[in-house]
Each structure stands twice: as C-alpha cells, then as structure tokens.
Design a binder for this molecule. Structure first.
Ligand code: GLY
Ligand code: MN
Ligand code: MN
Length: 448
C-alpha cells in the first residue's frame, strides 16, 4: 500500500500544468533538527516535498520546469521537451553512510524517483543558476526555511548579475503553496486507502487503551499502550503529540504532559492517531477510567455525541463546515440549557456565543500529510463547499472548568469525540468507526 511512482509523476505534471508558461518550481526537503548537543529529532520529511516525490532523505531539492530549456541548461530534456524534472540528492559517501545511514545516491535517484535527472546537492549553488536561467516565472514556498530561501536568492542574484553571459533571471516570483495545497486537499484513491489503514490502526490503539485502563495507572502508560499498538501494526510514529488527559486534565485542549494518575470515577480523554506513509489519523475518545460512566458524565457525553451526529448529517458535497458547525452548536446549546449549565433561550445563547466558554475550538480541520492539513477554508472570504475526496475531522467537545458556575457534578469534566471522515457522493464515510463511541458500546468493551 504505497503511492505509485506514476502517481508522483502525475502530481508533478498537474502542478506544472497550473503554473504560468515558462516556469521553474523549486521544492525543498526538510533537514535534520537538533534535539540536544549532537542528537537529532527523528527525521520528518517536508509534506509538500513528500507529496511530489515520496523520497525520505533530508536536504534534497526537487526542481520542475514547464519550459523549453535553453542551451545553457544542464537538463537534456526528452524529445517532447515539454517539462523537465531534476532531483538534487546527497551523494553516496561511505563514511557518512557508516555513521548516519544509507543514501539513495545520485546514480540511483533519477530512476528510483522517476525524474529526468539527478544531481549532487553539494553542487546546487552552481547548477541552480543555469537551471533557472531563461525562465520568466519562479515558484517556491514563501514559507521556506532560511537555508532554502538563501539557496534560491543566491541563484537568483547570480543569474541576474550575469547578463554578460546572456543569462535571464526569472522576474516574477510566485508562492507555490496555493496550487500545491489545493491539490493536497482532495485525496486520490491511493491516498484514501493509506488513510483508511492509518485510521484502522489508530482505532485498534484506542481500543487497546480502553482495555488497559485501570485506576492507578499513569496517563503516560496509556500513551505507551497506544504507541505500542501503532508500531506493532506497522506505523512507527504518532502523527502528533499524543494527548492522554484524565479528570480535569481533559479540559486542557493540547495537554501532552500525560503525567497524571488515573482515578476511579474520572473520565480519560485520549487524542491520538498514527502516521502511516506520511498520512495522519486523528481520533479522540473519552471513556470512564473504571469502565462505567456516572449519570452526569453520561449526560454530557451523550450531548457531545448527539452534536457530532448533527454535524455529520450536514457534511456532504456542496455543504460547508460552517453549516455543520451551526447544527452542532444548536444541539450543544439546547442540551446545555436542558442540563441547567446555560440559561435563557436557545437563540439568545447562540447569538451571544455563551457556549464558547465550554466549546472553545472549531468543529474540525482538513486531514492528510499534516494532521492540521493544508488547504484554505474560505475562498474570497466565503466558506468553501465540500467536495468528494476531502478528508476532515469532526471533533466537538465540552470542557467544564472546575471554576465554572455550574452544578458540582459537571465540574472538571472534559469530553471530546473526534472521527475522521471522507466526503463521498452520498455524504460522508466515517473512516474511524472501528473504535466504539456509544456509551453502551464503550461500557460493553471495557467490561471485557
Ligand atoms: N490532535 C489535534 C487535533 O485534534 O486537532
Ligand atoms: Mn485530535
Ligand atoms: Mn483534530
């Protein structure tokens, strides 16, 4: 289950087809980041670079051109001469490879990655001047790290300063992100099958944590169970920092300390998803430490679940996330008034946004190579309609602070229920349904 070489090539062609004629595109890989002294964080490829290459080495550059290349260019394009692709990679190096790991190397890179040419990244400063020469437009990420920015500005400056050698530097700079990120927003069948597997693995991990839960265990021990299941199922890393919050730790939205001890009578909120082939899953479940919801916990939990159901009903092609959020909020507000947490009319509470004290984040986000995936949510300030193949999370929550002026039985309860969906012709498909979420399903599983 991997993305095929031809899909990577098609993505590069689709990108170039959306650029102005006579364009050059530069997409850079990530580099290693120091953790402390001489050790590094595990390498994570830049998502845009990964999307176009599937190549997992640092410091590489992908260069794409849709122009007929001038004489001075180092590329010898094929007979069609329509587009060209170059990958700059780290060269084979016996010493570096003994110490730090294998490299694909210049000789194998073009064939393996399906580019027209592979070059040594150590030579990029000289080569890039010739490569960009003669193109009118240049595209790169305007958010690029300074290392990448400086490689590009040096090449541009040298090209501009070499008119005597008849060089013509690109004169129009574009941000590549809008084109690339619109492509990434709608998933292919290949991407969806990887994401479904990531969702299935993450669901198994949540089930494992529910079965493991017991008074006296520590939050980080549930985290360890989750990560163990990810790895045993073939997904080595989580897609983001795993959140395990018991008791009122669940009210801290991005709690990753995970150091608390589970108490009987508390709920525990787990927000965890694995990364598979670069793609993220993102699931939250909230369940009782001892396997049985108290009446107050059950009331709030059922309310969040009903609000998610109301949102899911609206998430279909042509509708917007805002429409789903409105449906979700109406259910939350009606429920909070019924429980005595809010008072007054439903419409007045919606209008005054009183619910935001207890539900302070959005309904969800795009999901893909990044957990908070790329793609804009509004076009010309108008909510973007959903399309078949978009993947997003649906994650309503209620977080009642200990300090809130509400009945004591609700204080310190934090609940979020988060599923991943893909928009389909019929509405949506829930990718994360293999982990239980109804009160009776959770209680039945945990009774095992
Ligand atoms: N896990 C981060 C989020 O749910 O957005
Ligand atoms: Mn999440
Ligand atoms: Mn999320």
């Amino acid at each position: 289950m991997t993305i095929s070489l031809s899909e990577f090539q098609q993505r590069r062609d689709r990108l170039l087809a959306q650029c102005e004629p006579n364009s050059i595109c530069i997409i850079a890989a990530s580099s290693l980041v120091t953790r402390s002294n001489d050790t590094e964080y595990p390498f994570r490829q830049n998502s845009d670079f990964w999307y176009l290459t599937g190549f997992n080495e640092p410091n590489s550059f992908l260069i794409l051109s849709n122009s007929t290349l001038s004489q001075s260019n180092v590329i010898t394009p094929g007979a069609e001469n329509k587009t060209a692709s170059i990958i700059f990679v780290e060269p084979s190096d016996e010493h570096a490879e003994i110490w730090h790991g294998r490299r694909l190397g210049v000789n194998s890179a073009a064939k393996k990655l399906g580019t027209d040419l592979a070059l040594d990244v150590d030579d990029i400063d000289e080569e890039l001047v010739d490569i960009i020469d003669g193109h009118q437009h240049i595209y790169f990420s305007l958010d690029a790290e300074s290392r990448v920015e400086s490689t590009i500005s040096i090449a541009l400056a040298e090209c501009r300063n070499a008119p005597k050698q008849s060089k013509v530097a690109p004169s129009i700079v574009h941000d590549i992100q809008p084109i690339l990120h619109a492509m990434r927003l709608v998933k292919s069948d290949g991407e969806l099958s990887i994401m479904q597997r990531a969702a299935d693995i993450s669901a198994m991990a949540h089930v494992r944590a529910m079965l493991f839960s017991q008074t006296g265990k520590f939050e980080y021990q549930l985290e360890a169970e989750i990560h163990h299941e990810f790895a045993m199922q073939g997904a080595r890393y989580p897609a983001y920092g795993t959140i395990v919050g018991s008791g009122d730790n669940a009210c801290i939205l991005h709690y990753t300390e995970n150091s608390g001890q589970l108490s009987s009578g508390d709920l525990v909120l787990i927000d965890a998803g694995c990364e598979l082939e670069g793609y993220a899953a993102d699931i939250t479940r909230t369940f009782p430490v001892n396997g049985k919801f108290s009446p107050a916990q059950k009331q709030l939990y059922q309310l969040v679940l009903d609000s998610q159901e109301a949102a899911l009903d609206k998430l279909k092609p042509g509708n917007t996330i805002s429409q789903a959020m409105q449906a979700c909020v109406r259910v939350i507000v009606e429920g909070l008034i019924n429980l005595g947490v809010l008072s007054g009319s439903v419409d007045a509470n919606i209008q005054q946004e009183t619910w935001r004290k207890f539900f302070m984040h959005g309904l969800g986000h795009w999901l893909g190579l990044d957990v908070h995936d790329v793609g804009i949510y509004k076009i010309n300030d108008i909510d973007r309609p959903l399309e078949i193949g978009m993947v997003m999370t649906v994650e309503p929550g209620l977080y009642i602070p200990v300090s809130a002026s509400v009945d004591d039985k609700f204080k310190g309860i934090g609940i979020r229920i988060e599923d991943d969906i893909v928009i389909s012709a019929h509405g949506n498909h829930i990718m994360t349904s293999k982990v239980p979420k109804a009160v009776n399903e959770i209680e039945a599983l945990m009774a095992k």
